[in-house]
Design a protein around this ligand. Structure first.
Ligand SMILES: [Fe+2]
Length: 199
């Protein structure tokens, strides 16, 4: 087993006892040119024109950011919902999360298949997602149903815009992928917003 080379030190606490902290690992393992060059295209025998692939990758990275954002919001709802419908909604929100995680993977891997870099870090997502931000203080089932249906609806709209863009770029594979994703999100929107209906 490899031994950790990270050093530890002891920091004083207000209560007089001491606490062990771990020093951050040394940086500069990634060359600066590599950390900046996110527009780089990897060679591939995929016959879609390079200009097309560049545009598709940029647009799919936008949808990827929104899909990752959606996934974090599903978990936020899953963890924090309370009230008489707790168990049903807690499980439903996790089922939505599981499928959305699959959509994230589909979009990210399509980007890589086309020679691009899937930009899925928190920093990339934060600066790019156009979805509404999930309110942190929600608790009741009705509040979480309203918030999650808002964001599922917003993502469905973004996915449909993406399908149009892929059709214009004549990338049938990416259009089909986003069609699959939008169909799934539409289904989950139905499951969630059905809780607001029928009364
Ligand atoms: Fe859980």
């Amino acid at each position: 087993m490899a031994r950790s080379t990270r050093s530890t030190r002891t920091a004083p606490r207000k209560d007089g006892r001491s606490r062990t902290t771990v020093a951050p690992p040394p940086r500069a393992t990634v060359p600066e040119s590599r950390s900046r060059d996110i527009s780089r295209l990897y060679p591939t025998k995929n016959d879609l024109a390079e200009e097309t692939r560049v545009e598709v990758i940029t647009l799919l990275n936008q949808r990827l950011a929104e899909c990752i954002d959606l996934q974090t919001q599903c978990k936020q709802a899953h963890w924090n919902v309370k009230g008489p419908a707790f168990i049903g909604l807690h499980k439903l929100f996790d089922d939505v999360n599981e499928d959305v995680e699959g959509y994230v993977d589909l979009i990210a891997e399509r980007i890589v298949q086309l020679g691009g870099i899937a930009e899925g870090t928190v920093g990339a997502v934060e600066g790019r997602s156009t979805l509404p931000d999930y309110p942190l203080a929600l608790s009741s089932g009705a509040e979480h149903v309203a918030a999650l249906s808002d964001v599922l609806g917003a993502f469905g709209r973004a996915a449909r815009i993406g399908i149009e863009e892929m059709n214009e770029l004549k990338d049938a594979g990416s259009a089909d992928l986003l069609t699959e994703v939008s169909r799934g999100v539409d289904k989950w929107l139905w499951f969630v917003e059905a809780h607001q209906q029928g009364s």
